[in-house]
Ligand binder design. Structure first.
Ligand code: UDP
Length: 387
């Protein structure tokens, strides 16, 4: 029987394990150096209060892909949830993403949608039409006042560099709306699993012949023992950092307990650079269908990823891209190792994108395997890699 290794028990690893084990006779060993499953999506109930905690920050499942939505719901009940984020700023308390309510309250106006659109277009700095970085993109879209109050301080805290050093694509994650829709996402489907994300990952891998090795580091020297390795850890680490480390940001939290309703909302961003944390999440509000008298809040901070830290956000600076290109060249020589997921492909991916890619990749890999063709190394032929 063929034996495969999967490195990383996050969504990439779990979906691949599920698909391969369901499609062919094989034995699969899943390695994860952490003591829990689900990677950065890990959730568990706090023993003292029963509140479901998102240990690596708020995870709200949202997707516009019917395929991904139908697939993931086979493994859990999902309850409707709409992420409505608020912002504490030096100019007061506002609703995000920037929408008609935010614009009217911020500028003391009573605009209709088209008036607001024209007003903001006036404020936008036209010379940045082809924005080359985050700051230019923000100045073009919303002008200086909104940029400085909502984006500049938050982004410096979150990324540790000036917004001119960051790609414009980061801002493109956030919608700007000229109606009163304060849903943080544009996705068609949005929900939270009733019993958390870790339960989903457990169910995905609950198949005979899948063995999970937690607290176990995968060493490069193990590759020879397997017929194929699906690697979802950091690609620079896989190659022993021979060309240097890829820069990332890590998040860490200060946990605080209380009673009742602490902040009145699941997530509140603190946009001022003077406040040390980026946002505060009150976790019981992610399960509004549950009742909890006690509460837990997590203040979220950001730092450069150092050796031993868990990377969360890839920096993707110019030097990083040069370094990444070298690792990609090494990876392209591999015959029985594939790289997928957020860390192995050094991209800022939401959960649905990770699941979707892992589904497509497993189909591609299985058909190449069945046809005895060259096995794919990266998802989507490596076309989406950030180099
Ligand atoms: N951002 C900001 N102010 C906010 C929220 C977001 O400047 O109040 C910027 C920031 O640079 C952040 C990016 O927009 O990294 C994307 O935000 P998102 O909420 O998608 O970040 P995530 O939830 O993935 O951390």
């Amino acid at each position: 029987m063929k034996t495969f290794a999967i490195v990383g028990a996050g969504f990439s690893g779990a979906v691949i394990a599920n698909r391969i084990a369901s499609a062919m006779e094989c034995r699969i060993l899943v390695f994860d150096r952490r003591e829990h499953l689900a990677g950065n999506c890990h959730t568990s109930r706090d023993p003292a209060t029963g509140i479901m905690e998102h240990h690596y920050g708020p995870h709200i499942f949202h997707t516009s892909s019917r395929k991904t939505w139908d697939y993931i719901r086979q493994f859990s009940e999902f309850r409707p949830f709409v992420n409505r984020v608020k912002a504490v700023t030096p100019r007061g308390f506002f609703t995000l993403p920037i929408n008609l309510t935010t614009i009217n309250q911020f500028f003391g106006k009573t605009f209709h949608p088209e008036e607001a659109r024209e007003f903001i277009a006036e404020k936008g700095e036209k010379q940045f039409k082809d924005a080359k970085n985050f700051e230019e993109q923000a100045l073009f879209l919303v002008g200086r006042e909104l940029y400085e109050i909502f984006f500049k301080g938050y982004t410096i805290k979150q990324w540790g560099v000036h917004p001119t050093e960051l790609p414009a694509t980061i801002l493109k994650r956030l919608p700007i709306r000229f109606n009163c829709d304060d849903n943080y996402y544009n996705s068609t489907f949005q929900a939270i699993p009733s019993d958390g994300y870790t339960a989903i990952v457990e169910r995905l891998m609950n198949i005979e012949h899948i063995e999970i090795k937690q607290n176990t580091n995968f060493e490069n020297s193990f590759v020879g023992e397997f017929d194929h390795v699906f690697f979802s850890g950091a690609i620079d680490e896989f190659y022993g950092n021979v060309h240097g480390r890829l820069c990332s940001r890590s998040v860490y939290f200060e946990k605080q307990r209380g009673t009742g309703d602490w902040q009145g909302n699941p997530v509140i961003n603190h946009t001022s650079q003077e406040v040390p944390y980026t946002r505060i999440a009150e976790h019981k509000h992610f399960t509004p269908w549950e009742e909890h008298e006690k509460t837990i809040v997590f203040k979220e901070f950001s730092k450069f990823t150092a050796v031993g830290d868990i990377p969360s956000y890839p920096m993707q600076g110019k030097e990083d891209k040069r370094v990444l290109a070298k690792y990609i060249n090494m990876a392209k020589q591999e015959e029985k190792v594939s790289f997928l997921g957020r860390l192995a492909t050094y991209r800022y991916l939401d959960m649905d994108a990770v699941i979707n890619e892992a589904l497509d990749f497993s189909d591609e890999w299985l058909s190449a395997k069945a046809a005895n063709e060259k096995l794919p190394i990266f998802p989507n032929g490596g076309r989406d890699l950030p180099i």
